[in-house]
Unconditional design. Sequence first.
Length: 127
Amino acid sequence: MRNTLQREIVYNVVMQSSDHPGADAVYERARKVMPKISMGTVYRNLKQLAETGKIREIRISDNTNRYDKTLAVHAHFCCRVCGKVTDVCVDGNINGPCADFGGKVESTDILFGGVCEECIGRVKEEA
């Protein structure tokens, strides 16, 4: 994979984000650095960066993808009200379930869904 200025900008946007941005958010942030970058370029570079393991792609149930700078094994929580994605610590050995058949976990996608604390607070206030 050839390193280009566009790819570097997209990569830096993800690496500087803590909110698990989607492609649209990456595009808007990248345009602040390179106003003429196209949405197609952002999509292509996000895909290539995820395929090469430089960033992590999170597939959300509403058929959107988010991107994460943290490559270590961890889970995510997606709020069904506001759409915010946050990291979740999972206790236990993720390799455990594969030990019985001798497999080795090389990647995992654990996504919890529900309502975040902020949205629960807003729902209580509105009631």
